[in-house]
Write a protein that binds this ligand. Structure first.
Ligand SMILES: *[C@@H]1O[C@H](CO)[C@@H](O)[C@H](O)[C@H]1NC(C)=O
Length: 208
């Protein structure tokens, strides 16, 4: 094959490939409609979306109610032998944290400590759900354990006390509990797995 012909064929092939890539990527890049969802009674316009300074208050009533709930959790299912945290939160470690929360956590002192920082609150498409404090703790301490160091999964105590004190962990729980905001904080997971958003994520990844 002579040289100019080879060049012509190569350029021709490249053009065809280029046109095909453009065609398929333009099809793929079709805008995905992501619908907004509203998670609370009322309509979107009936509540303010202003961002407001917010003080976290552990009222006497809140503390009394919380202690009652902590003391009256249904009995926790004991962990399997030697399972550590491989099946999620170890209930022996959870019980210790719940007891500390009810008996030793100094609500007044920690409220002052937490409010040294500025907190802001807005209405993010609805708040709700009053998780049990034990459920909230079980969910979050598993993140503090495994998320801090994956190898902590194999420790009975979950390892997190190497990095945090009970007070620090419970401060986190109290911020969610007092502001009743675990639902909105978790919304990201629901959003992530909505079909349209999942496709959007895939699309963004494929572009990157
Ligand atoms: C995680 O814990 C293991 C011991 O269980 C330790 O060897 C490792 O350095 C830790 N990793 C980090 C990032 O702290």
């Amino acid at each position: 094959m002579d040289y100019p012909l080879a060049i012509t064929i190569s350029v021709g092939c490249c053009s065809v490939v280029y046109v095909l890539i453009r065609y398929y990527s333009s099809k793929r890049a079709k805008l995905i409609e992501v619908s907004e969802t509203w998670w609370t009674p009322g309509t979107e316009n009936s509540v303010s979306n202003d961002i407001r300074p917010y003080e976290i208050v552990f009222s006497e009533e809140l503390v009394k109610d919380l202690k009652h709930r902590l003391k009256h959790t249904r009995s926790l299912t004991p962990p399997l032998k030697d399972v550590a945290w491989n099946y999620g939160t170890n209930t022996d470690a959870l019980r210790k944290l719940l007891d500390y929360w009810a008996d030793d956590y100094n609500f007044q002192e920690r409220q002052k400590f937490i409010n040294q920082y500025s907190h802001f609150k807005t209405n993010i498409q609805g708040v709700g759900l009053n998780d049990s404090p034990a459920g909230l703790a079980a969910y979050l301490i598993e993140k503090f354990s495994t998320g801090t160091n994956y190898s902590y999964k194999s420790r009975e105590d979950g390892g997190f006390l190497e990095k945090y004190t009970y007070d620090e962990l419970i401060d986190n729980l109290m911020i969610y509990w007092a502001s009743n905001s675990i639902t909105t904080a978790m919304r990201i997971y629901a959003e992530m797995f909505i079909k349209e958003n999942f496709l959007l994520g895939k699309l963004i990844n494929s572009c990157v």
